[in-house]
Each structure stands twice: as C-alpha cells, then as structure tokens.
Design a protein around this ligand. Sequence first.
Ligand SMILES: Cc1cc2nc3c(=O)[nH]c(=O)nc-3n(C[C@H](O)[C@H](O)[C@H](O)COP(=O)(O)OP(=O)(O)OC[C@H]3O[C@@H](n4cnc5c(N)ncnc54)[C@H](O)[C@@H]3O)c2cc1C
Length: 681
Amino acid sequence: METLRTLPGDDIRAIMWRYSQRFDLQMLVQSVRSAARGPVAQAVANGARNSHEWTEDKSRLLAAFDESGITTLFMDPEHGGYIEGPKNLALAIAAFELSWVDGGAATCSLAGNLALEPIHERGTEEQKRHYMSGAVPPQPGENRTILRGAFGLTEPLPYVGVETGMLAGRVRIANWEESKEPILQVDKRGRFITNMDFANFVCAAVESDDPRIKGSCMIIVEETDPGVFDRGAPTLKLVHQLSSTRDPILNLQVPAHRIIGGYTVQDGIIIPNFSHGEVIEAVFKRTRVTVGLMTAAKLLSAIEPIIRYQRSRFRGGDLEPGSPRYEIGIQQKEDALHRTAAIWAMGEAAASFGFEGARVFDELAPLETAKFVLFEKQGIRGGRTEFKALKAKENDAIEYIQLKAKGSASTRLAELESDPLVRYVAVDALANVLCPAVKLWNTGNGATTMREAVSLMGGYGITEDCPGFLGQKWMDTQLEATYEGPEAVQRRQLSVTLTSPVFLTYYQNWIDELKHIAQTRPQTGAAALAAGLELWRFTYEFLQNSKDANGQKLWGSARQGVTFPMADAFCWLTAAVHFVRDVVELADQGADNPMIAEGLEGTLGFYADLCHIQSARAVGEAARICTEIFFGYDVTARPETEFFTLRAHAEKLASGAGHAKDRAGHALTQVMIPEALDYPL
Ligand SMILES: Cc1cc2nc3c(=O)[nH]c(=O)nc-3n(C[C@H](O)[C@H](O)[C@H](O)COP(=O)(O)OP(=O)(O)OC[C@H]3O[C@@H](n4cnc5c(N)ncnc54)[C@H](O)[C@@H]3O)c2cc1C
C-alpha cells in the first residue's frame, strides 16, 4: 500500500493552511525561513541563549529581521509595508517559521508588533502614520533611527498580571496652559516587558491620578521625553533568551496627544477616547493566535530530529548496514513509533487550529472597520448602545451562518451578506472563541507534548546540543502558555464566548460537516469527533440549566471548576475538527495540483491516520472531562442514561485508532528524511 514518501513540503502546507493562492505569503515563508534557519539557528548554536543580557549576537538578529522584511511585515503599504490588507495570516506564518527554530527570536520580532498593535487598532491617524512609518527600517540614503517599541502592561507585584484592571501606573496633568495642549506626567513601572533593552518608545497602560483626566488609557512614552526612562533590571528568564525582557521604570512628561486613540476635553476634563481595557482587548484579540502557532511549529519541528535520532541510534559500531537495527534503530519498537505519530498529530491539529484562527481574523478585520465607520455615522461608540445594536443583528447572523454552510446561493443569503454588521456579528462570535481556544490548547497541551518529544530523544533531549533544540523548545513553550495571558485568562474568556448562540451555530455546522465527511472519509475519525461534539454539547446544556446542592449555578463565573475543564474539553475537540477539515481540503485540492500529485495518495492515507489518532484522543479527553464534570457535582435530575449513550457512542466510533497508529507508525519507518537537519546543531 502506498505510504508517506517524504515529509510534507511547502506545497502541501500551502493547500492545508490555505495560502496556495497567495504568492506573497509563499515568498514570505522563504524569506523568514532563511532568517530563522540562518542567523537565528546560528545564534542558538553559538550559545546566545546562555545569557540574560542583550548581547551583540542577539542584537544582530534585529538587523537580520530588518533585512529579511520581517520587521516591515506588520505595516500597511501606506506606511511602508509590502502586504496589502489584513496581516494576521502573514504574521502567523512568520511566527511559525521563526519558532520552528527558536521561540525567543519569534517573540523578539513579534513584541515589536505587539507594541504597534495598540496604535494600529486604536491609534489616531497621526499616531499611526508616525509610529508605523517610523518602525519601517530606514532605506538606503535615509537618515533616521528606526522606532522600536515595547508593550507595557504588566506591573510589579501586587499590581497588573492576569487582572489587567489592577493598575498602579498613573497619569496626571503636569502642566496645562490656557489654550495649549496639556502636558501629562506618566508614572509607570513594568514587569517582564519585552524589547526593553532597545525599545525607544513604550505603550504604557496607566490610570488617572488626576480629577482632570477621566478613567484609564494607554499612552506612548519615548526615550527622549523629559524624565526617567530607566530600562530596569533584566528578567532572569529560563526561556526565550533571544528576546529581551526587563522591568522598566518610567517617569516622564509627554504631550496629551500621545494618548492612544486621542481624547476630547469636556468641561475642563480630559476624556481619553479609549480606556486601557478597550485598547488591550482589541490588541490581544489578535496577537494570541500567533502565540498558539509558535507552539505548533515546535511540535512539528520535532518530528524530523526524532525520526533521524531513532533511525541512526545504533549505527556506527559493528552493525552492518541492511539489518533492521542498523536501518531503523529504535523505530523497530512500537511505542517509539506510536508516540512519534501522536506528537505529530498534536502538532498538525495545533497548526490547523491556529491557522484557521489567523484566517478568521483576516476575515474579521475589514468587517470591524466597516462596523466602526457605520457606527461613527450613527454616533454609536462602545458601551450599551453598541451592544444593543449588535445584539439586534444576532438572529440574522445565525441565519447567515446556517445559509452559508449550505453552500448554495439564495436571495436571502445575498441579502444577509450585503449587511456588514450581520457578517461582523457572525465572524466576531467565531473569532472570540478561536482566539482564546488556540492560545489555550496549543500552548498548554503543546508544552506537555513537547515533553514527550524530548523524552523520545533520551538523554540528548535535555542537552543544549539536542538536534532541533528540543529541550529549549519544551521550556520555551511554557512561556507561550503564560505571556499575553496565562491559561486561566483564556479559559475565563472561553467560558463566556462559548455561550454565544451565534457561536453555537458554527458548532452545529461542525457537527453536520463532520457527519458528512464521515460518509466519504470515515478513516479520519470524523464520525467519532461529531459524536464527541454532541456529548460536549449535551454536558454543556445540562450545566447551563443546573444548580448544585447549594443552589449555585453550575455554569457561571464563580464555577471555574466547571467552566474551565469544559473549555479544555471543547478545545481538544475543536482543534481536531480543524485538522480533519485541512486534510479534507488537501484531498479536494491536491489532486489537481501537479506539484504534489506524486505521492499524494500515500500522504493522504497517512494524514487520515493522523486525523484518526487525534480524533480518538480528543474524544477520549473530552469524554473523560465531561464525565468528571457531569458526575462531579451533587445534582438531582441528572439525565444519566442519555449521557452514557452519547459517551459510549462517541468512544465506540473512535474504534480503529489503534490500526491507524500502526499504519502511521509503519509510515514513519518508511518516510524519507533529508541527510542532515536543515539548520546547524
Ligand atoms: C518573558 C516574559 C515576557 C513578557 N512580556 C510582556 C510584555 O512585553 N508586556 C507585558 O505587559 N507583559 C509581559 N509579560 C507578562 C505576562 O503577560 C504576565 O506574566 C502574565 O500575563 C501573567 O501575569 P502574572 O505573572 O502576574 O500572573 P498572576 O496574575 O500572578 O497569575 C498567576 C496564576 O494564578 C492563577 N490566576 C490568577 N488570576 C486568576 C483568575 N482570575 N482566575 C483563575 N486563576 C487565576 C493562574 O493560574 C495564573 O497563571 C511577560 C512575561 C514574561 C515571563
């Protein structure tokens, strides 16, 4: 039987992750990859990670990012960028490629974007023009210093961390002369602020300490502003050593136009147009998906070094070529093969999940702009009025999602589609789930799975010279699970966004789609996954409508013990759904693509097996969690029989996953890998 011939190349990835029609993104992959597998890999191999300080070696990476276009990637063409339109997918690809080698290098590059995000999302036109254009590396003949930023939210204990509202950073009026622009005193201490070694501006979250300023805001402070711009002590990190992290002390005077998004003055009071909460919500909504993809890249990057290690483990002694021990080494052992396949399946699911998240945010971006424009005309901005206006579109959005899933054109669909608010409400509900879900599942389970990867390399795994830097990647993954909001933040957000009826319409569509896929491609485990989703929904609905023996609602913010594990169960299933969808896409599109036609049958068979492995795992994890929660609280009137029926059904449908593991394991013994890793040891 035909099996996997080579490791999947870029042509296959471009189809699965849906950029085969985007030549610009295919070019991007190549340019970022050469920076990652060139200077970044070299820096790691040279031991650049062995210092907390910002060294020359690390600093050179900034120049490499500038030269390869990574720095400019974030910018729109009007500010000197080269990619038109939304760039979530593009940034995700860049982060993926960099993290394939080193997560710290990816963070270093991404943190610059994170600093620009508040300005990009909520800044005034003038702020955008100045900071975005300034962040483009100077062209030959241009005499200016590039602007590099830091995002300053987290504060020393006991202030901002998970709880972003507990601000100690303050803003006051230093000087406000009649008919002149107010000068503000900004006092902010940061903890763990990335890029602080070289940032020449910081977007800082602060709260008013002055009756003449309302609420909170994010404000830009620059290195050359009068006052203290102390970069602070370096963070003694165990991870991501190729990024710079320090605890800065900032106490500076800045003109009021540095308030991100601007302000108005009413009755002698400065009213920022956006609170710090509104700005960071808009920022994290986008950037977290990218972090999830960093972990996905690490998992997938581990496969080739593991296979190479396993195969060559016993070569070099008296052993003759040709014997199984010489040719495939540890791959003679079932456990080693099954575990490698399971890691691979996790990596694929994480990547599929993350790239879908990035694409959804690209879809959302123009709709959000349209919403802004529309609401501005109607004098609606934020708060209850906006909430009500959007709520009024919910039923239409649900209908739109349902009609769109049917795939056939109709007048009603066209009518709904022509209303940007309807589309906004639809896509936003999905984005609000995918963002925390990708961040949560990819990074948290990714960290655990990286440990598995490390263990397959034996002692080598926990040395600095482990091929593929797997040990470092394992540790680094824990930071990805922590920064931009640890897992608790993502679970908390999911426990709210999952309940949206608009989102639950997509959920139903996934079930229908999987059942459909199960008819033509049963080997993917799609039927089990559909049943798993039904079991989760049954449990969820039960929790929504039940109270414990003390009369406490089971699905509520006070019940993290219920909602958080349910969020985890949801993510297991959903990540697997997106993997199956990408494999179906590969099957549908691949046949017509001459670049991948050769060997496609084997690749698809192998991928179907990985899907089955992942689907069975996801169903198992979700069923375990649902059972614990369903029976975990002392509630009366539990519809037990139905629960058991659904659970048994889901688990039974996952049958055959063992055979899938055997086949995938066999494929791992056959697949061709390059002679040597494509970056230095
Ligand atoms: C290397 C590095 C780089 C960073 N870069 C930046 C940066 O550039 N800019 C920036 O602003 N920040 C940055 N951070 C900060 C990072 O975002 C925070 O560390 C993170 O958000 C968590 O905050 P905390 O460490 O204060 O954790 P805490 O708030 O102390 O939370 C600790 C743990 O307590 C539990 N917990 C807390 N609150 C809740 C709750 N409500 N419900 C349930 N459980 C809860 C969770 O398990 C959580 O993980 C960086 C951090 C590191 C380590």
